[in-house]
Design a protein around this ligand. Structure first.
Ligand SMILES: [Ca+2]
Length: 350
């Protein structure tokens, strides 16, 4: 008996320590590639870039001198997956200063935002909300050279297609005439005020002021138009300006009994897309007993389908989200993120 208790205690201690060691090992100073490994890998990248139509000039200029950066690997490996509630997440994102700054942007660029909103068929407050969360309206764009970020991450995740695509896209942006010295952003390779990854910049960047450059680092008009272009050009899910993103709701008292019946069967897409419930009309949600946060009836929109989102489970805050919400998830597939974008955009109205 005593012996088994001792063994049990030993195992508990052993496993707690070994998991701690595993966790810490990921976060230790990263092992950098040898010069030989790096140079031989760069030669492969050069061949790939040539194949993809990047000019010899850009390839030589950019890839001959690029070196991996340990601080980028350290950030990549040491991302803390903290578990926080929706309210904790929102506390740092829906702060008063951010709402005031957003309202100022809305006022300052009212004419441009109206034109861009009408052209792309999207509400300006959604565009400004994205800008507010991505980079605090352009203030926090990152200071890492994108070429170095994507090359380091493409090497470290050699089997990852994602960063190899970002590396080729970065070379293409430079090839198109953008100075690589000015091409800076986050350690993860996101650039400019909207924090686009390089492939998104190429696909959705928009030169609104017509000066021949898609400047998402300095020019607000290009930034607004690029965000609008991205959110409204998602295949099979056009943005509908007649509707908003969704709304917070109060569930009925019997939510425990009916909650599971709303789950999608065999859902497809990224995590937050899958975690939305099945679609029902607002009338149906009303008949189940869902009400607005003020306790009133849900709006009577016959053609609008809504899905229930409960990011903190049955005891947390709940939302009925409309089809536009899915487009926000394309920007960043996180329920917390999309809800924060929606609520921040609502705050601008007042
Ligand atoms: Ca421009």
């Amino acid at each position: 008996m005593k012996r088994s208790i001792i063994i049990f205690i030993f195992l508990v201690i052993y496993f707690s320590f070994s998991s701690y060691i595993l966790l810490a090992a990921d976060c230790k100073k990263p092992i950098m590639p040898s010069n030989e490994d790096w140079v031989s890998w760069i030669e492969d990248v050069k061949l790939l870039a040539l194949e993809k139509g990047i000019s010899q000039h850009t390839i030589e200029n950019e890839l001959n001198n690029v070196k991996p950066a340990s601080k980028i690997l350290l950030r990549d490996k040491c991302q803390v997956e903290s578990i926080i509630t929706l309210n904790e997440y929102l506390y740092y994102r829906l702060d008063k200063a951010r709402i005031v700054a957003g309202n100022n942007i809305m006022k300052k660029y009212q004419t441009e935002l109206e034109l861009i909103g009408n052209f792309f068929n999207i509400q300006p407050r959604i565009i400004v909300s994205i800008l507010g969360l991505e980079s605090y309206y352009g203030k926090n764009q990152g200071t890492i050279k994108t070429m170095q970020a994507v090359t380091t991450l493409a090497f470290d995740r050699r089997r990852s297609d994602f960063y190899k695509k970002q590396l080729i896209a970065t070379l293409r942006i430079i090839d198109n005439g953008f100075s690589s010295q000015k091409l800076i952003g986050s350690w993860g390779g996101a650039v400019g005020m909207p924090q686009f990854i390089p492939t998104t910049y190429l696909d959705s960047g928009y030169d609104w002021n017509g000066d021949g450059l898609i400047d998402i680092w300095n020019n607000y008009e290009d930034v607004f138009a690029s965000i609008a272009n991205y959110l409204t050009s998602i295949e099979k899910n056009p943005w509908n300006k007649n509707y908003t993103w969704g709304r917070e709701v109060i569930p009925p008292k019997n939510i425990n009994k009916i909650f599971n019946s709303f789950k999608q069967e065999n859902p497809k897409g990224c995590g937050a897309v899958k975690s939305r419930s099945v679609a029902k009309s607002l009338e149906e949600w009303q008949s189940f007993g869902f009400r607005t946060v003020e306790g009133g009836d849900l709006p009577k929109s016959k053609n609008l389908e809504a899905r229930l989102v409960a990011p903190d489970g049955i005891n947390g805050r709940m939302f009925l989200v409309y089809p536009n919400y899915k487009n926000i998830l394309y920007y960043n597939c996180s329920s917390y993120y999309a809800i924060a974008i929606g609520l921040l955009s609502d705050a601008f109205k007042n």
